[in-house]
Design a protein around this ligand. Structure first.
Ligand code: NAD
Length: 481
């Protein structure tokens, strides 16, 4: 058997890394070894968050000091293969544990993060050479990142965050949603095994087996964690921002859609039926309410029904509100029991039969209806009729509630498209297509599971999880002119 020099180098690096992680050697040509013996977990899963942090810290040091960018590329390619091969298993596990969404759509979500999450290719170097010397600026690691993940895309976010964060040269400690802790632990172990089998260090990504708020507090107060990344509701994002730790926050959305009087309503109906029912509307960027101009309203509703949507009567709409929303202090909140459930189950619960296979329920409601303002994450799409385009915009801005997350428009009027885009200010703005297309699912551009609207990083990728550092070689160094 012939072994290439490249392979020998890789094996040596792996052995050195393992020895340094175990505290067997000092750092050699690199800075001193961490001085701690890395705790042993179960392929990255630990009982105590303190051990998860120490292990990720030790692994992160060797990842940053002993491994090249090419090693990151190789490990990430292996992760993509593993994620593709396990897409169905993970999709089924998530569905079984959370009870939310649709398996087929979850398979597609896993394939999208496996194939379309950028790796090291987005870490470009800028260089300026002049009489004053040579300056380079590069995207350097933060160190250990603490990542909080949601129940709605649990393993998809773990895979996406892992690819992006380790591509940036970091290690990661996850605090996953308690309602998805088993599938996330399984996914994290698969990722760790893949990293180690492909020459990377053990425990590059870790988690506490039973996620808790106390663990989140320990993460935000640990000096070893340099950056928190929160993907989930605004309560969590605001708590991280208040912690004082540098935070990238990816919070809630309530994406409005405008259908104006120039729109192709058949196209709008087709796209909305697909987008608003995909994985039972669990995506934060999925269409949550529609503002349609009178001239297009009947055609849109007819088109949606032709696609397979079920049009709720006013009485059925109210029955579903009673079921799926809870009234508290004069405000409505979602009843979590109904988040991500199949449309057919809603109909069954209110005694409507013969439409079990529909993927989407629609209702014709006034703009003050609770389904418009509450981010429901359910396959129920409220449609509000508006007299003018300006009214559509005003209602959309109110419904979006300043999240600046996602919005879309169906129109052939370029002035309307521009005007709405300026007013709504969302991170993702899709024209004449389902919002899924804005995330690279059937559209151009990369896929992400962490859309950082509140803190402004937008559709995150490896570059978002790095620090910009400058290196300056003075005195005209390296110039040949
Ligand atoms: P959630 O807010 O209930 O939970 C998200 C995570 O935060 C979980 O790990 C949970 O344990 C933790 N958490 C909850 N309260 C916390 C607090 N006070 N301090 C620290 N951690 C806390 O969200 P969910 O129900 O799992 O997910 C749905 C929500 O997430 C929706 O609002 C959706 O829009 C949003 N989301 C946003 C994005 C994005 O990229 N912007 C992606 C997915 C989901």
């Amino acid at each position: 058997m012939e072994i290439e020099t490249r392979d020998i180098e890789r094996i040596v690096r792996q052995v050195m890394a393992a020895m340094e992680q175990q505290g067997t050697i000092a750092g050699g040509a690199y800075p001193p070894a961490p001085g701690i013996t890395a705790p042993r977990g179960d392929n990255g899963v630990f009982e105590r968050v303190e051990d998860a942090i120490d292990a990720a810290w030790a692994a992160g040091r060797v990842w940053a000091f002993h491994y090249k960018v090419e090693d990151r590329r190789r490990v990430i390619e292996a992760i993509r293969v593993m994620a593709r091969e396990n897409a169905r298993t993970l999709a089924q596990m998530v569905r079984d544990e959370t009870g939310m969404g649709r398996v087929e759509d979850k398979v597609e979500k896993h394939l999208a993060v496996a194939d379309k999450t950028p790796g090291v290719e987005c870490l470009t170097t800028d260089a300026i050479s002049g009489d004053g010397g040579l300056m380079i600026e590069e995207y350097a690691p933060f160190g250990v990142i603490g990542a909080i993940t949601p129940s709605t895309n649990p393993t998809e976010t773990v895979i996406h965050n892992t690819i992006s964060m380790i591509a940036g040269g970091n290690s990661v400690v996850f605090n996953v949603h308690p309602g998805a802790k088993k599938c996330c632990a399984f996914c994290l172990q698969l990722l760790n095994k893949t990293i180690v089998e492909n020459g990377g260090p053990a425990n590059l990504i870790t988690m506490q087996r039973d996620p808790t708020m106390d663990a989140v507090n320990k993460m935000t107060s640990s000096p070893k964690i340099r950056l928190m990344v929160g993907t989930g509701g605004m309560g969590m994002v605001n708590a991280l921002l208040r912690s004082g730790k540098k935070t990238i926050g990816a919070g809630a959305g309530n994406p409005p859609v405008i259908v104006d009087d120039t729109a192709d309503v058949k196209l709008a109906a087709r796209e909305l039926y697909w987008g608003a029912s995909f994985d039972n509307n669990l995506f934060c960027f999925a269409e949550k309410e529609v503002f349609v101009m009178e001239a297009s309203a009947d055609g849109l509703i007819r088109g949606l029904v032709e696609q397979g949507a079920y049009l709720l009567t006013p009485a059925e709409t109210e029955a579903i509100v009673k079921l799926a929303l809870i009234q508290k202090d004069g405000k409505y909140e979602v009843n979590k029991k109904w988040v991500g459930k199949d449309a057919g189950l809603f109909l069954q619960a209110i005694g409507v039969s013969g439409h079990e296979n529909t993927r989407l329920l629609i209702c014709d409601v006034p703009k003050c209806h609770p389904y418009v303002m509450v981010e429901q994450l359910m396959p129920v799409l409220p449609i509000v009729r508006c007299r003018t385009f300006d009214e559509c915009i005003q209602c959309s801005v109110e419904a979006e509630q300043g999240n600046r997350h996602t919005s879309s428009i169906f129109s052939t009027n370029v002035y309307n498209m521009t005007k709405f885009g300026k007013e709504i200010e969302t991170t993702i703005y899709v024209k004449n297509g389902a919002t899924l297309r804005g995330l690279g699912i059937g559209g151009e551009g990369h896929t992400t599971m962490t859309i950082a609207g509140p803190t402004g990083e937008g559709l995150t990728c490896a570059r978002s999880f790095t620090r910009r550092r400058r290196c300056m070689l003075a005195e005209g160094g390296l110039r040949i002119i």
